[in-house]
Design a protein around this ligand. Structure first.
Ligand code: SAH
Length: 483
């Protein structure tokens, strides 16, 4: 074999990647079973002129033949079947037939693929990530299919499905883009804007007509706009595995990230390396409203400077996260935004503690509650909260547990109702402590429970004792544990 200049002992390109235009070209598939049917399907998607050769066809293939979508050679393989073909795929379960196909193809210089048999194949079909017209193809040259599959999953997760429409839209307007941005540098800047700006975000929001309008308006405007945008992202409770794909993508694309104290470092670590990370938690001596105004001002400042801002909040931004206020402020300042939901603490803590929040026998509803137990701020419906057969998930500091349990009991909830405190839910340090409602404050004290912690009250909380599976579990003790 010719060993060209790039061939080194341990590195050479065993397969040359290429994308073939099969439109209207004859492709022969030998075999009439399920595997052949799968291959035929893909070839038809590429508009190939598919010919199937086999003694028998599975119903799926027979139907395609009836519809005239494929041609058929009936019978045992004959080399003459290859006469008109550009490519051949052998998908029979008989290796000697596959080998005959491969050999006949080789003699006629037709590329052949034998399914799952790299040795007999002169071309292979890669794993693909399809965002047509964009296609990513992956191959391990047949040596590490599991690795190739992993890689495909990773790449699949990185790109929103709207990317294909974006590429198609750009292609449609290409002549106009050339005309309006004749200078190469300008044109590059325009494409960056197209990929990162409002057009991409409108396509993600399923608004193709508006996306096209914005693209045209930008092309026609003499002064290129540099409007930024904000994505309000729920970062989940801490475990980075609980991020959504959309959250991950937003983190990958951010120029600046404004994050809260509750956001875990493991999540932040996933963001684009050169994004600015700005902690916007409460400053010493600052009240909540002052913090919030400071955040509003920062959001607007960065977006108006044309940057892609990610506003990253613990859990979900709309559950005790003041996300609503931030959107109102952005709206008032005409700044584009998107919202990506996150897994809120109640869902994550319950799941990671083995507590089903609803249960046929124990709880038909669940309430997410935040409690200010100070008299002057207390507007909660305690009688309603005290009713049986519902689960309560309290988002709050751990300083008010005494008042909380006393109020629930005095409004009628049984003193023996189980509770579970979940500290650092979903994080490596997670701890779950269970007990009964009338011992809540004493147990929290003796186990030295610290924020962030979520409190679950209701019959289901007791199930953590048997069903817990993550982190540490402690049976509640009232008295300080011996050191
Ligand atoms: N927006 C957030 C909640 C913010 S309020 C969400 O959707 O989860 C803050 C409260 O959430 C904390 O006081 C605590 O009760 C709860 N919390 C947030 N993250 C937590 C975690 N990892 N473990 C336990 N509780 C958590």
């Amino acid at each position: 074999m010719y060993a060209g200049p790039s061939r080194q002992a341990d590195h050479f390109m065993k397969l040359f990647p290429l994308f073939a235009d099969l439109q209207g070209r004859r492709v022969l598939v030998v075999g009439g079973g399920e595997v052949a049917a799968r291959k035929v399907q893909v070839l038809l998607e590429a508009s190939a002129d598919v010919q199937v050769g086999a003694p028998e066809l599975v119903p799926e293939l027979a139907e395609l033949a009836d519809q005239g979508r494929i041609r058929v050679f009936k019978g045992e393989f004959q080399p003459a079947w290859l006469d008109e073909a550009w490519l051949v795929v052998a998908a029979t379960d008989d290796r000697s037939v596959n080998a005959a196909v491969s050999e006949a193809a080789e003699a006629r210089r037709i590329f052949s693929n034998v399914v799952d048999d790299a040795e007999l194949s002169s071309f292979q079909v890669p794993s693909i990530v399809d965002r047509s017209p964009l296609i990513v193809a992956i191959s391990s040259s047949g040596v590490a299919p599991v690795l190739a599959r992993r890689l495909r999953e990773r790449i699949e997760s990185l790109f929103d499905h709207s990317l294909g429409s974006l590429a198609a839209l750009a292609a449609r307007h290409r002549p106009r883009i050339r005309e309006r941005r004749p200078d190469l540098k300008q044109r590059r800047r325009f494409y960056d804007w197209l990929l990162d700006g409002p057009v991409a975000s409108l396509l993600r929001q399923q608004q193709p007509a508006e996306a096209e309008r914005v693209l045209k308006a930008e092309l026609d405007s003499p002064q290129p706009a540099s409007q930024g945008s904000v994505v309000l992202v729920g970062a989940g409770p801490g475990d980075p595995g609980l991020l959504t794909l959309k959250a991950l993508r937003a983190l990958n694309e951010a120029d600046v990230i404004l994050y809260d104290r509750l956001v875990s470092p493991a999540v932040l670590a996933l963001a684009r390396r050169d994004a600015d990370r700005v902690s916007v938690g409460k400053l010493l001596g600052e009240d909540h409203n002052a913090t919030q105004s400071r955040i509003h001002a920062l959001l607007v400042k960065h977006a108006q400077a044309g940057r892609r801002v990610v506003r990253l909040k613990g859990g979900d931004a709309f559950i005790f996260g003041r996300g609503g206020e931030e959107l109102e402020y952005l709206r008032a300042h005409h700044i584009r935004y998107e919202v990506v939901p996150g897994i809120t603490a109640a869902l994550a803590c319950a799941a990671y503690a083995g507590i089903p929040l609803t249960h046929r026998d124990h709880a038909q509803s669940v309430r997410l509650v935040t409690a200010h137990c100070r008299e002057d701020e207390d507007t909660l419906d305690w009688a309603g909260l005290a009713r049986e057969h519902q689960t309560l998930a309290f988002y709050m500091g751990v300083g008010q547990l005494e008042t909380l349990s006393t109020r629930l009991i005095s409004h009628g909830r049984s003193a023996a109702t189980p509770f579970a405190l979940i500290e650092n839910g979903s994080r490596p340090e997670q701890r779950v402590i269970t007990g009964r409602l009338d011992e809540l404050a004493a147990v929290a004290r003796s186990h030295n429970v610290r924020a962030p912690a979520l409190l679950v009250i209701g019959e289901v909380a007791g199930l953590a004792r048997q069903l817990h599976w993550f982190g540490r579990y402690e049976e509640g003790q009232r008295e300080a544990l011996a050191a």
